[in-house]
Design a protein around this ligand. Structure first.
Ligand code: SF4
Length: 561
């Protein structure tokens, strides 16, 4: 390295491994990806993500001092969300995109430092991240990134590392939700303040285990606020979701498929493709968008195509139109559709066309040039739109059904989908839920059972799709409203949570549930690799969190028969 640019805490390389990442559920051998990510992330991108995170920690040190001096910088706040979101699983695999991100981070840090100096605040820091000078070019940045990964401080106590990394992954999820809300104009200074406080804290060596646990739970509390903002952003822009039947087939004509999570991108695609003979379809986590009045009003917003993110290579290859990947969940595109797929916002893949400034004209041109669907296809339909407003609109009926024992129990079967065979648990679990019980679901884990006809209980559907993972706030509000109606705490409700996790948004949601004091969560398909046995013990003792076992055994344990 040409300058005293990066000062790793212990000055050690990453234990001779090409990379180390253990932030998601599919991590290699349940321990960590060390040669290449199971997700497809190469060591170079892992190093660049580590470097960006290191740089953002340095920026956060300055931002914490800035707030003490009465300075908050809007651009720094927004950039922090965008930067941590870029390091989420399956978001940005394009090394070139990390070069301007790292450079901008350092420019913002220095600009903020000057503001702090003028305001009379502290501008000198002992941690190297606050003075880090990035190399100009890609290869130099990669070399710098190799020195600041997870094991750069190899002497760290394993339980402290576990809690530190839990905090980092929770912050990544929190930053992603805050970014979704920010795009639609909903922000809260308190969320940004914690992002910087939490990131700066991950550099500290003087915190006790209890203090780390406190920070982790605080992250969950702040994430609740971020999800509240996102709920306000989505419902404010597009109205409260209403129960809506969504076709799973196809309409003859040109086609655009929108995957990911971003409602604003979808709205723009709908507006810009109107009147052009194109039908717009959702994929994966975009399915619940059909329930929003402000989106479903577009007559060419037709239906849903395919299932969850991990099936995209097969499903995208068969789609006869243009594909847009908004936000997270991209996998390596096959050559057969690499020219038809586009990324937006934080998403990136080397060689894949990227849409900037919400200008989807290249997508529309591609869709018009492709064959589209040659005829109408009927493949049935599913119902969406059972978010908090719709469910609580029939709260009286639900409460009556519970009091009259028509509904025995609620199950929230929610979370991410993924490729592991163990995820069949969730399909089997829902199939085996007794007929006097209702299943609430959200996020892409629902694709394990979303098209099953579970019938209804006195007109209340037994399968209620609350929305995306981004709509976890809605499910929490339903639980809180029911607990108020019954005059008991959420833990006393006839409600059990059976969750599946995959990436860092799910970590943030789990921390929110723990912050709310929710007990007895069943988590699968496997426990996070970054949780040590001692930290797991803390979770078990305080929150009675448990791994899933078998559907039969878990149902018996919950229902007692
Ligand atoms: Fe491995 Fe997951 Fe990290 Fe990808 S994001 S490198 S699969 S742990």
């Amino acid at each position: 390295m040409s300058q005293a640019a990066v000062r790793p805490v212990e000055g050690k390389e990453e234990m001779g491994q090409a990379m180390f990442c253990y932030q998601c559920e599919q991590t290699a051998k349940g321990e960590g990806c060390t040669r290449k990510g199971v997700c497809g992330k190469p060591p170079e991108v892992a190093a660049l993500q580590d470097l960006l995170l290191y740089a953002v920690k340095g920026l956060s040190l300055v931002a914490v001092e800035a707030r003490k001096a009465g300075v908050s910088d809007k651009e720094v706040n927004g950039f922090t969300c965008e930067a941590v979101f870029s390091t989420l699983t399956n978001v940005n695999f394009d090394p070139e995109r990390f070069v301007p991100l790292v450079h901008r981070c350092v420019q913002l840090r220095e600009r903020l430092r000057e503001k702090v100096r003028v305001a009379g605040g502290k501008t000198k820091f002992s941690d190297g991240s606050a003075d880090f000078k990035p190399e100009a070019a890609l290869q130099g940045l990669i070399e710098q990134g190799k020195k600041v990964g997870i094991h750069s401080d190899s002497s760290l106590d394993p339980d402290i590392r576990s809690l530190r990394d839990t905090l980092i992954y929770g912050i990544k999820g929190l930053g992603a939700y805050a970014e979704h809300a920010r795009i639609l104009g909903q922000e809260d200074e308190a969320v940004y303040a914690f992002l910087h406080e939490g990131l700066a804290a991950t550099l500290r060596k003087d915190l006790s285990l209890d203090e780390w646990v406190g920070l982790v739970l605080k992250c969950g509390g702040v994430n609740l606020r971020a999800m509240e903002l996102l709920d306000a952003a989505n419902t404010g822009a597009y109205g409260h979701p209403v129960p809506t039947q969504v076709p799973l087939g196809a309409k003859k004509g040109k086609a655009i498929l929108v995957s990911g999570h971003d409602l604003k991108d979808l709205e723009e695609i709908l507006k810009q493709s109107a009147g052009k003979g194109i039908f717009v379809y959702t994929h994966g986590e975009m399915l619940p968008c059909h329930g929003y009045p402000g989106l479903k009003k577009h007559p060419h917003f037709y239906g849903h195509y395919g299932t969850a993110w991990q099936n995209q290579s097969k499903e995208f290859a068969a789609f006869p139109g243009a594909i847009v990947m908004t936000t997270n969940c991209i996998q390596k595109p096959l050559d057969s559709y690499k020219d038809n797929i586009f990324t937006t916002s934080t998403v990136g893949w080397p060689g894949v066309a990227h849409i900037s400034n919400l200008n989807f004209e290249p997508v529309i041109r591609k869709a018009l040039a492709m064959p589209g669907f040659s005829g109408d296809k009927d493949a049935g339909s599913v119902m969406v739109g059972f978010a908090r407003n719709a469910v609580l609109g029939v709260a009286d009926k639900v409460i009556e059904a519970v009091k009259g024992k028509a509904i025995r129990h609620f199950f929230l079967v929610a979370g991410c989908d993924g490729a592991k065979p163990g995820r069949n648990y969730y399909t089997e679990f829902v199939e085996k839920v007794p007929k006097d019980c209702v299943v609430l679901t959200l996020a892409c884990g629902k694709f394990r059972f979303f098209d099953k006809n579970l019938g209804d209980i006195g007109g209340i559907p037994r399968l209620l799709d609350v929305g995306q993972c981004n709509d976890a706030y809605s499910a929490i509000q339903i639980a809180v409203a029911l607990s108020k109606a019954f005059g008991v705490g959420v833990n006393e409700l006839p409600l059990s949570m059976v969750l599946s996790w995959y990436e860092q948004k799910a970590v943030a949601i789990l921390l929110t549930l723990l912050h709310l004091g929710i007990k007895g969560i069943r988590l699968g398909p496997s426990l996070p690799a970054f949780i040590t046995p001692n930290v797991l013990n803390v979770l078990v003792q305080n929150f009675d969190i448990k791994p899933i076992t078998t559907p039969d055994a878990d149902l018996k344990a919950i229902l007692g028969s």
